[in-house]
Design a protein around this ligand. Structure first.
Ligand code: LLP
Length: 455
Protein backbone atom coordinates (compact mmCIF):
# COMPACT_ATOMS: atom_id res chain seq x y z
CA UNK A 1 0.00 0.00 0.00
CA UNK A 2 1.41 3.26 -1.08
CA UNK A 3 1.69 5.96 1.52
CA UNK A 4 0.28 3.83 4.31
CA UNK A 5 2.87 2.75 6.84
CA UNK A 6 3.44 2.09 10.49
CA UNK A 7 5.17 4.71 12.60
CA UNK A 8 5.76 3.79 16.21
CA UNK A 9 3.46 0.84 15.65
CA UNK A 10 0.62 3.03 14.46
CA UNK A 11 -0.69 2.93 10.95
CA UNK A 12 -0.40 6.31 9.26
CA UNK A 13 -1.59 7.66 5.96
CA UNK A 14 0.96 10.10 4.57
CA UNK A 15 1.69 12.19 7.67
CA UNK A 16 -1.49 11.51 9.63
CA UNK A 17 -2.16 8.92 12.33
CA UNK A 18 -5.24 7.01 11.28
CA UNK A 19 -6.39 6.51 14.85
CA UNK A 20 -6.58 10.29 15.22
CA UNK A 21 -8.85 10.53 12.23
CA UNK A 22 -11.05 7.69 13.46
CA UNK A 23 -11.37 9.41 16.84
CA UNK A 24 -12.55 12.61 15.20
CA UNK A 25 -14.71 11.18 12.43
CA UNK A 26 -15.87 7.88 13.90
CA UNK A 27 -15.90 4.53 12.15
CA UNK A 28 -16.32 2.97 9.66
CA UNK A 29 -14.60 5.34 7.26
CA UNK A 30 -12.93 5.23 3.91
CA UNK A 31 -9.55 6.88 3.84
CA UNK A 32 -7.62 7.86 0.73
CA UNK A 33 -4.10 9.11 0.20
CA UNK A 34 -3.97 11.96 -2.27
CA UNK A 35 -0.32 11.29 -2.97
CA UNK A 36 -1.03 7.67 -3.87
CA UNK A 37 -3.77 8.78 -6.24
CA UNK A 38 -1.58 11.31 -7.96
CA UNK A 39 1.41 8.98 -8.14
CA UNK A 40 -0.69 6.21 -9.65
CA UNK A 41 -2.10 8.60 -12.22
CA UNK A 42 1.34 9.91 -13.08
CA UNK A 43 2.70 6.41 -13.46
CA UNK A 44 0.10 5.73 -16.15
CA UNK A 45 0.64 9.03 -17.84
CA UNK A 46 4.38 8.58 -17.89
CA UNK A 47 4.15 5.03 -19.17
CA UNK A 48 2.37 6.23 -22.32
CA UNK A 49 4.27 9.47 -22.75
CA UNK A 50 5.81 8.55 -26.08
CA UNK A 51 2.43 8.54 -27.79
CA UNK A 52 -0.47 10.96 -28.00
CA UNK A 53 -2.83 9.76 -25.28
CA UNK A 54 -5.62 10.75 -22.95
CA UNK A 55 -6.33 9.10 -19.62
CA UNK A 56 -10.04 9.04 -18.89
CA UNK A 57 -10.31 8.03 -15.25
CA UNK A 58 -13.09 5.49 -14.90
CA UNK A 59 -15.48 7.25 -12.54
CA UNK A 60 -17.49 4.18 -11.55
CA UNK A 61 -14.52 3.01 -9.54
CA UNK A 62 -14.77 5.89 -7.11
CA UNK A 63 -16.75 8.91 -8.13
CA UNK A 64 -16.31 11.02 -5.04
CA UNK A 65 -16.07 14.59 -6.30
CA UNK A 66 -12.78 15.22 -4.53
CA UNK A 67 -11.18 12.11 -5.99
CA UNK A 68 -12.37 13.06 -9.48
CA UNK A 69 -11.13 16.59 -8.93
CA UNK A 70 -7.65 15.56 -7.83
CA UNK A 71 -7.33 13.51 -11.00
CA UNK A 72 -8.86 16.17 -13.20
CA UNK A 73 -6.26 18.61 -11.90
CA UNK A 74 -3.58 16.20 -12.97
CA UNK A 75 -5.04 16.35 -16.47
CA UNK A 76 -7.35 13.34 -16.45
CA UNK A 77 -10.52 13.11 -18.45
CA UNK A 78 -13.39 10.85 -17.43
CA UNK A 79 -14.91 7.57 -18.53
CA UNK A 80 -18.56 7.64 -17.49
CA UNK A 81 -21.32 5.05 -17.73
CA UNK A 82 -24.39 6.93 -16.61
CA UNK A 83 -25.98 10.34 -16.62
CA UNK A 84 -25.10 10.57 -12.93
CA UNK A 85 -21.40 9.98 -13.56
CA UNK A 86 -21.45 12.47 -16.40
CA UNK A 87 -23.08 14.98 -14.07
CA UNK A 88 -20.37 14.42 -11.46
CA UNK A 89 -17.54 14.68 -13.99
CA UNK A 90 -18.94 17.94 -15.36
CA UNK A 91 -19.51 19.20 -11.84
CA UNK A 92 -15.82 18.97 -10.98
CA UNK A 93 -14.96 20.70 -14.21
CA UNK A 94 -13.69 17.84 -16.35
CA UNK A 95 -13.37 19.22 -19.87
CA UNK A 96 -16.28 17.68 -21.84
CA UNK A 97 -13.85 17.08 -24.66
CA UNK A 98 -12.09 14.66 -22.34
CA UNK A 99 -15.20 12.63 -21.48
CA UNK A 100 -16.18 9.31 -23.03
CA UNK A 101 -19.49 7.61 -22.29
CA UNK A 102 -19.81 3.80 -22.36
CA UNK A 103 -22.63 1.49 -21.30
CA UNK A 104 -24.91 -1.08 -22.92
CA UNK A 105 -28.12 0.55 -21.80
CA UNK A 106 -27.86 4.28 -22.34
CA UNK A 107 -31.26 5.87 -22.15
CA UNK A 108 -32.63 8.47 -24.53
CA UNK A 109 -32.20 11.09 -21.77
CA UNK A 110 -28.60 10.09 -21.16
CA UNK A 111 -27.70 10.26 -24.84
CA UNK A 112 -29.33 13.67 -25.09
CA UNK A 113 -27.53 14.89 -21.98
CA UNK A 114 -24.18 13.74 -23.38
CA UNK A 115 -24.79 15.34 -26.77
CA UNK A 116 -25.95 18.60 -25.27
CA UNK A 117 -22.77 18.76 -23.25
CA UNK A 118 -20.56 18.11 -26.26
CA UNK A 119 -18.58 15.24 -24.79
CA UNK A 120 -15.68 13.76 -26.72
CA UNK A 121 -17.53 10.62 -27.74
CA UNK A 122 -20.18 8.08 -26.94
CA UNK A 123 -18.88 4.55 -26.93
CA UNK A 124 -21.81 2.92 -28.67
CA UNK A 125 -22.47 -0.71 -27.79
CA UNK A 126 -25.03 -1.85 -30.39
CA UNK A 127 -26.46 -0.98 -33.77
CA UNK A 128 -29.76 -0.15 -32.08
CA UNK A 129 -28.03 2.36 -29.85
CA UNK A 130 -26.33 3.79 -32.91
CA UNK A 131 -29.67 4.37 -34.59
CA UNK A 132 -31.16 5.94 -31.50
CA UNK A 133 -28.13 8.21 -31.13
CA UNK A 134 -28.51 9.27 -34.75
CA UNK A 135 -32.16 10.09 -34.21
CA UNK A 136 -31.50 12.11 -31.05
CA UNK A 137 -28.60 13.97 -32.64
CA UNK A 138 -30.84 14.82 -35.60
CA UNK A 139 -33.43 16.33 -33.32
CA UNK A 140 -30.73 18.36 -31.59
CA UNK A 141 -29.33 19.35 -34.98
CA UNK A 142 -25.97 17.95 -33.98
CA UNK A 143 -23.57 15.34 -35.20
CA UNK A 144 -23.05 12.72 -32.53
CA UNK A 145 -19.38 11.85 -32.06
CA UNK A 146 -19.14 8.11 -31.57
CA UNK A 147 -16.78 5.21 -31.16
CA UNK A 148 -18.04 1.69 -31.54
CA UNK A 149 -17.29 -0.60 -28.65
CA UNK A 150 -16.08 -3.79 -30.19
CA UNK A 151 -16.19 -7.05 -28.30
CA UNK A 152 -13.01 -8.90 -29.32
CA UNK A 153 -14.06 -12.24 -27.82
CA UNK A 154 -11.06 -12.72 -25.58
CA UNK A 155 -11.01 -14.38 -22.18
CA UNK A 156 -9.31 -12.02 -19.72
CA UNK A 157 -8.88 -14.80 -17.12
CA UNK A 158 -10.50 -12.85 -14.37
CA UNK A 159 -13.61 -13.33 -12.26
CA UNK A 160 -16.61 -14.18 -14.48
CA UNK A 161 -18.62 -11.27 -13.05
CA UNK A 162 -16.11 -8.79 -14.41
CA UNK A 163 -15.20 -10.36 -17.76
CA UNK A 164 -16.67 -8.21 -20.47
CA UNK A 165 -14.90 -9.09 -23.70
CA UNK A 166 -16.19 -12.59 -24.33
CA UNK A 167 -18.58 -13.35 -27.17
CA UNK A 168 -21.19 -14.45 -24.64
CA UNK A 169 -21.06 -11.15 -22.76
CA UNK A 170 -23.58 -8.35 -23.19
CA UNK A 171 -20.97 -5.73 -23.98
CA UNK A 172 -20.12 -4.11 -27.28
CA UNK A 173 -20.65 -5.14 -30.88
CA UNK A 174 -19.35 -8.57 -31.86
CA UNK A 175 -16.11 -8.28 -33.74
CA UNK A 176 -17.60 -10.29 -36.60
CA UNK A 177 -20.20 -7.54 -37.08
CA UNK A 178 -17.84 -4.62 -36.56
CA UNK A 179 -17.44 -3.69 -40.22
CA UNK A 180 -21.16 -3.78 -40.70
CA UNK A 181 -21.48 -1.46 -37.69
CA UNK A 182 -18.98 1.01 -39.08
CA UNK A 183 -20.61 1.01 -42.51
CA UNK A 184 -23.94 1.68 -40.90
CA UNK A 185 -22.46 4.47 -38.79
CA UNK A 186 -20.97 6.07 -41.89
CA UNK A 187 -24.35 6.07 -43.59
CA UNK A 188 -26.17 7.70 -40.72
CA UNK A 189 -26.48 11.40 -41.29
CA UNK A 190 -26.12 12.61 -37.73
CA UNK A 191 -23.27 10.37 -36.67
CA UNK A 192 -19.62 11.30 -36.77
CA UNK A 193 -17.49 8.19 -36.56
CA UNK A 194 -14.51 9.05 -34.44
CA UNK A 195 -13.15 5.95 -32.87
CA UNK A 196 -13.08 2.38 -31.70
CA UNK A 197 -13.37 1.16 -28.14
CA UNK A 198 -12.64 -2.04 -26.30
CA UNK A 199 -12.77 -3.02 -22.65
CA UNK A 200 -12.35 -6.69 -21.88
CA UNK A 201 -12.75 -6.85 -18.13
CA UNK A 202 -11.32 -5.78 -14.82
CA UNK A 203 -8.66 -6.96 -12.37
CA UNK A 204 -6.70 -8.49 -15.23
CA UNK A 205 -3.29 -9.52 -13.99
CA UNK A 206 -1.85 -10.95 -17.19
CA UNK A 207 -0.85 -8.93 -20.21
CA UNK A 208 -1.71 -11.55 -22.83
CA UNK A 209 -5.45 -10.85 -22.92
CA UNK A 210 -4.75 -7.16 -23.56
CA UNK A 211 -2.21 -7.94 -26.24
CA UNK A 212 -4.49 -10.44 -27.95
CA UNK A 213 -7.54 -8.22 -27.98
CA UNK A 214 -5.60 -5.19 -29.05
CA UNK A 215 -4.07 -7.25 -31.83
CA UNK A 216 -7.55 -8.02 -33.12
CA UNK A 217 -8.65 -4.40 -32.82
CA UNK A 218 -5.55 -3.09 -34.61
CA UNK A 219 -6.19 -5.56 -37.39
CA UNK A 220 -9.72 -4.26 -37.65
CA UNK A 221 -8.55 -0.63 -37.75
CA UNK A 222 -6.34 -1.52 -40.70
CA UNK A 223 -9.17 -3.27 -42.51
CA UNK A 224 -11.44 -0.30 -41.93
CA UNK A 225 -8.78 2.00 -43.37
CA UNK A 226 -8.90 -0.01 -46.57
CA UNK A 227 -12.59 0.81 -46.70
CA UNK A 228 -11.77 4.48 -46.17
CA UNK A 229 -13.00 4.51 -42.61
CA UNK A 230 -10.28 6.30 -40.70
CA UNK A 231 -10.49 6.50 -36.95
CA UNK A 232 -9.12 9.29 -34.82
CA UNK A 233 -9.30 7.56 -31.45
CA UNK A 234 -8.47 4.12 -30.16
CA UNK A 235 -9.89 3.67 -26.68
CA UNK A 236 -8.35 0.61 -25.07
CA UNK A 237 -10.50 0.72 -21.94
CA UNK A 238 -9.36 -0.11 -18.44
CA UNK A 239 -8.88 -3.38 -16.66
CA UNK A 240 -5.33 -3.45 -15.37
CA UNK A 241 -5.37 -5.34 -12.10
CA UNK A 242 -3.61 -4.67 -8.85
CA UNK A 243 -2.02 -7.01 -6.39
CA UNK A 244 -4.36 -7.59 -3.46
CA UNK A 245 -2.56 -10.48 -1.87
CA UNK A 246 0.96 -11.39 -1.06
CA UNK A 247 2.51 -13.35 -3.88
CA UNK A 248 -0.05 -12.14 -6.35
CA UNK A 249 1.58 -10.14 -9.08
CA UNK A 250 0.03 -7.50 -11.26
CA UNK A 251 1.81 -5.73 -14.09
CA UNK A 252 2.77 -2.12 -13.48
CA UNK A 253 1.45 0.58 -15.83
CA UNK A 254 4.98 0.68 -17.25
CA UNK A 255 4.98 -3.04 -18.03
CA UNK A 256 1.48 -2.70 -19.43
CA UNK A 257 2.58 0.13 -21.72
CA UNK A 258 5.75 -1.64 -22.80
CA UNK A 259 3.73 -4.58 -24.10
CA UNK A 260 1.04 -2.52 -25.78
CA UNK A 261 3.04 0.32 -27.30
CA UNK A 262 4.63 -1.73 -30.08
CA UNK A 263 1.13 -2.63 -31.26
CA UNK A 264 -0.24 0.87 -31.31
CA UNK A 265 2.49 3.39 -31.79
CA UNK A 266 2.45 3.27 -35.57
CA UNK A 267 -1.28 3.91 -35.69
CA UNK A 268 -2.47 7.38 -36.49
CA UNK A 269 -4.97 7.27 -33.63
CA UNK A 270 -4.85 9.08 -30.34
CA UNK A 271 -4.95 6.49 -27.57
CA UNK A 272 -7.51 6.72 -24.80
CA UNK A 273 -7.10 4.73 -21.59
CA UNK A 274 -9.79 4.18 -18.98
CA UNK A 275 -7.99 2.94 -15.88
CA UNK A 276 -9.82 2.90 -12.58
CA UNK A 277 -8.69 0.29 -10.10
CA UNK A 278 -5.02 0.81 -10.90
CA UNK A 279 -5.38 4.48 -10.00
CA UNK A 280 -7.46 4.40 -6.87
CA UNK A 281 -7.41 0.79 -5.58
CA UNK A 282 -4.34 0.88 -3.41
CA UNK A 283 -4.85 4.54 -2.54
CA UNK A 284 -7.69 3.73 -0.16
CA UNK A 285 -8.53 1.69 2.90
CA UNK A 286 -11.65 1.01 4.91
CA UNK A 287 -11.17 1.61 8.61
CA UNK A 288 -13.45 -0.35 10.91
CA UNK A 289 -13.80 -0.96 14.62
CA UNK A 290 -14.05 -4.32 16.35
CA UNK A 291 -17.40 -4.57 18.12
CA UNK A 292 -17.20 -8.07 19.51
CA UNK A 293 -15.00 -11.10 19.37
CA UNK A 294 -17.43 -13.96 19.46
CA UNK A 295 -16.23 -17.49 19.96
CA UNK A 296 -18.39 -20.44 19.12
CA UNK A 297 -17.45 -24.07 19.31
CA UNK A 298 -16.73 -24.00 15.61
CA UNK A 299 -15.14 -20.65 15.05
CA UNK A 300 -14.03 -17.25 16.22
CA UNK A 301 -15.76 -14.26 14.70
CA UNK A 302 -14.37 -10.77 14.78
CA UNK A 303 -17.52 -8.69 14.39
CA UNK A 304 -16.70 -5.24 13.06
CA UNK A 305 -18.78 -2.13 12.50
CA UNK A 306 -18.33 -2.12 8.70
CA UNK A 307 -20.36 -4.54 6.62
CA UNK A 308 -21.06 -5.86 3.16
CA UNK A 309 -23.12 -2.77 2.41
CA UNK A 310 -19.94 -0.68 2.85
CA UNK A 311 -17.57 -2.97 0.93
CA UNK A 312 -19.28 -5.70 -1.02
CA UNK A 313 -16.31 -7.16 -2.91
CA UNK A 314 -15.63 -10.10 -0.54
CA UNK A 315 -19.32 -11.09 -0.49
CA UNK A 316 -19.87 -10.57 -4.20
CA UNK A 317 -16.70 -11.98 -5.70
CA UNK A 318 -15.09 -13.77 -2.79
CA UNK A 319 -12.48 -11.04 -3.15
CA UNK A 320 -9.49 -11.05 -0.87
CA UNK A 321 -8.60 -7.87 1.02
CA UNK A 322 -5.73 -7.81 3.45
CA UNK A 323 -6.74 -6.80 6.98
CA UNK A 324 -4.29 -5.29 9.44
CA UNK A 325 -4.53 -3.61 12.81
CA UNK A 326 -4.30 0.18 13.01
CA UNK A 327 -2.21 -0.28 16.13
CA UNK A 328 0.34 -3.02 16.41
CA UNK A 329 0.34 -4.62 19.80
CA UNK A 330 4.06 -4.79 20.29
CA UNK A 331 7.13 -4.91 18.18
CA UNK A 332 8.71 -8.28 17.71
CA UNK A 333 11.54 -9.11 15.40
CA UNK A 334 10.10 -9.60 11.95
CA UNK A 335 10.14 -13.02 10.45
CA UNK A 336 8.84 -14.39 7.22
CA UNK A 337 5.10 -14.65 7.01
CA UNK A 338 3.68 -18.06 7.71
CA UNK A 339 0.76 -18.51 5.36
CA UNK A 340 -2.29 -19.76 7.16
CA UNK A 341 -3.10 -22.07 4.29
CA UNK A 342 -6.69 -21.64 5.22
CA UNK A 343 -7.45 -18.53 3.28
CA UNK A 344 -9.96 -19.05 0.54
CA UNK A 345 -8.29 -18.98 -2.82
CA UNK A 346 -10.41 -16.69 -4.85
CA UNK A 347 -10.24 -16.57 -8.60
CA UNK A 348 -7.71 -14.48 -10.32
CA UNK A 349 -6.86 -11.61 -8.16
CA UNK A 350 -10.21 -10.80 -7.23
CA UNK A 351 -8.24 -11.97 -4.36
CA UNK A 352 -5.23 -9.65 -3.37
CA UNK A 353 -2.28 -7.95 -2.24
CA UNK A 354 0.20 -6.02 -1.15
CA UNK A 355 2.49 -4.80 -3.22
CA UNK A 356 4.43 -5.41 -6.13
CA UNK A 357 4.11 -1.71 -6.57
CA UNK A 358 3.62 -0.69 -2.99
CA UNK A 359 6.33 0.94 -1.01
CA UNK A 360 5.38 -1.06 1.98
CA UNK A 361 6.04 -4.75 2.12
CA UNK A 362 3.79 -7.21 3.87
CA UNK A 363 6.47 -7.61 6.44
CA UNK A 364 6.04 -3.96 7.32
CA UNK A 365 2.29 -4.12 7.35
CA UNK A 366 1.87 -7.26 9.31
CA UNK A 367 1.23 -7.17 12.94
CA UNK A 368 3.91 -8.96 14.94
CA UNK A 369 3.74 -12.68 14.56
CA UNK A 370 3.35 -14.08 18.00
CA UNK A 371 1.33 -16.44 20.09
CA UNK A 372 -1.55 -14.02 19.93
CA UNK A 373 -2.29 -14.72 16.30
CA UNK A 374 -5.58 -16.49 15.79
CA UNK A 375 -7.68 -17.72 12.93
CA UNK A 376 -10.94 -15.87 12.60
CA UNK A 377 -13.75 -14.83 10.32
CA UNK A 378 -14.02 -11.05 10.06
CA UNK A 379 -17.69 -10.29 9.65
CA UNK A 380 -20.07 -7.36 9.67
CA UNK A 381 -23.38 -6.78 11.46
CA UNK A 382 -25.62 -7.28 8.42
CA UNK A 383 -28.16 -10.07 8.57
CA UNK A 384 -26.64 -12.30 5.94
CA UNK A 385 -24.07 -15.06 6.22
CA UNK A 386 -22.44 -13.59 3.14
CA UNK A 387 -21.56 -10.50 5.14
CA UNK A 388 -17.87 -11.09 5.66
CA UNK A 389 -14.53 -9.49 4.90
CA UNK A 390 -12.34 -12.52 5.54
CA UNK A 391 -12.85 -16.18 6.25
CA UNK A 392 -10.50 -18.37 8.25
CA UNK A 393 -7.95 -15.60 8.26
CA UNK A 394 -4.94 -15.55 10.51
CA UNK A 395 -4.83 -12.21 12.31
CA UNK A 396 -3.23 -10.80 15.40
CA UNK A 397 -5.66 -11.27 18.24
CA UNK A 398 -7.95 -8.29 18.65
CA UNK A 399 -10.39 -7.10 21.26
CA UNK A 400 -13.48 -4.98 21.22
CA UNK A 401 -12.66 -1.36 20.40
CA UNK A 402 -9.56 -2.13 18.31
CA UNK A 403 -9.36 -0.59 14.88
CA UNK A 404 -8.65 -2.55 11.72
CA UNK A 405 -7.76 -1.44 8.22
CA UNK A 406 -9.17 -3.32 5.24
CA UNK A 407 -6.63 -2.64 2.54
CA UNK A 408 -6.87 -1.82 -1.16
CA UNK A 409 -10.43 -0.67 -0.76
CA UNK A 410 -10.21 2.53 -2.81
CA UNK A 411 -11.67 0.96 -5.95
CA UNK A 412 -15.24 -0.34 -6.09
CA UNK A 413 -15.51 0.21 -2.35
CA UNK A 414 -17.61 3.21 -1.52
CA UNK A 415 -18.95 3.38 -5.06
CA UNK A 416 -20.64 -0.01 -4.63
CA UNK A 417 -21.89 0.70 -1.14
CA UNK A 418 -25.58 0.77 -0.27
CA UNK A 419 -27.93 1.49 2.58
CA UNK A 420 -28.86 -2.16 3.05
CA UNK A 421 -30.18 -2.90 6.53
CA UNK A 422 -30.85 0.86 6.75
CA UNK A 423 -27.22 1.52 7.45
CA UNK A 424 -26.10 5.08 6.77
CA UNK A 425 -23.24 5.30 4.29
CA UNK A 426 -19.85 5.85 5.87
CA UNK A 427 -17.64 8.93 5.78
CA UNK A 428 -14.85 9.37 3.25
CA UNK A 429 -11.62 11.13 4.11
CA UNK A 430 -8.85 12.41 1.89
CA UNK A 431 -5.40 12.82 3.37
CA UNK A 432 -2.92 15.22 1.93
CA UNK A 433 0.45 15.27 3.65
CA UNK A 434 -0.29 16.06 7.30
CA UNK A 435 -3.87 17.21 6.77
CA UNK A 436 -7.10 15.38 6.27
CA UNK A 437 -10.40 16.48 4.92
CA UNK A 438 -13.87 14.93 5.07
CA UNK A 439 -14.80 14.53 1.42
CA UNK A 440 -18.11 12.88 2.17
CA UNK A 441 -19.77 13.21 5.49
CA UNK A 442 -21.22 10.22 7.21
CA UNK A 443 -24.90 9.81 6.53
CA UNK A 444 -27.35 10.00 9.41
CA UNK A 445 -30.79 8.52 9.95
CA UNK A 446 -32.44 11.53 8.34
CA UNK A 447 -30.46 10.82 5.17
CA UNK A 448 -31.95 7.34 5.16
CA UNK A 449 -35.50 8.57 4.77
CA UNK A 450 -34.87 11.52 2.48
CA UNK A 451 -37.28 11.24 -0.41
CA UNK A 452 -39.42 8.58 1.24
CA UNK A 453 -43.02 9.02 2.18
CA UNK A 454 -45.14 7.35 4.82
CA UNK A 455 -48.36 7.39 2.75
N1 LLP B 1 -13.93 1.12 -18.79
C1 LLP B 1 -15.08 0.42 -18.81
C2 LLP B 1 -15.93 0.49 -20.01
C3 LLP B 1 -15.45 -0.37 -17.71
O1 LLP B 1 -16.59 -1.07 -17.75
C4 LLP B 1 -14.61 -0.41 -16.56
C5 LLP B 1 -14.97 -1.22 -15.41
C6 LLP B 1 -13.42 0.36 -16.59
C7 LLP B 1 -13.11 1.11 -17.71
C8 LLP B 1 -12.47 0.41 -15.43
O2 LLP B 1 -11.87 -0.83 -15.21
P1 LLP B 1 -10.66 -0.99 -14.17
O3 LLP B 1 -9.46 -0.26 -14.70
O4 LLP B 1 -11.08 -0.43 -12.86
O5 LLP B 1 -10.46 -2.45 -14.12
N2 LLP B 1 -16.90 -4.10 -9.33
C9 LLP B 1 -15.85 -4.94 -9.84
C10 LLP B 1 -15.23 -4.38 -11.09
C11 LLP B 1 -16.21 -3.99 -12.17
C12 LLP B 1 -15.58 -3.38 -13.39
C13 LLP B 1 -16.56 -2.65 -14.22
N3 LLP B 1 -16.00 -1.95 -15.34
C14 LLP B 1 -14.85 -5.18 -8.72
O6 LLP B 1 -15.07 -4.73 -7.59
O7 LLP B 1 -13.85 -5.86 -8.91
Amino acid sequence: MKNFDYRDNELCCEGVRIEEIAKKVGTPLYLYSQKALVDNYKAFDKAFKEIDHLICYSCKVNSNLSICKVLKEEGAGADVVSGGELYKALKVGVDPKKIVFSGVGKTREEIKYALKNNILMLNVESILELELTDEIAGRLKKKAPVALRINPDIDPNTHPHISTGLAKSKFGIEISRAKEGYKKAKELENIEVLGIHMHIGSQITELEPFVNSLGKIVELIKELEKERIRLKYLDIGGGLGISYKKGEKAPTPKEFAERLLPLIKELKCKIILEPGRAIVGDAGILVTKVLYVKKTEEKSFVIVDAAMNDLIRPSLYNAYHEIIPIKKLRTLPRGPRVPSGREANSPSGISSPLGTRGELSLGDLESPRDERRTTVDVVGPVCESGDYFAKDRELAEVKSGDLLAILDAGAYGFSMSSNYNARPKVAEILVEKDKFCIIRKRENYEDLIRGEQEE
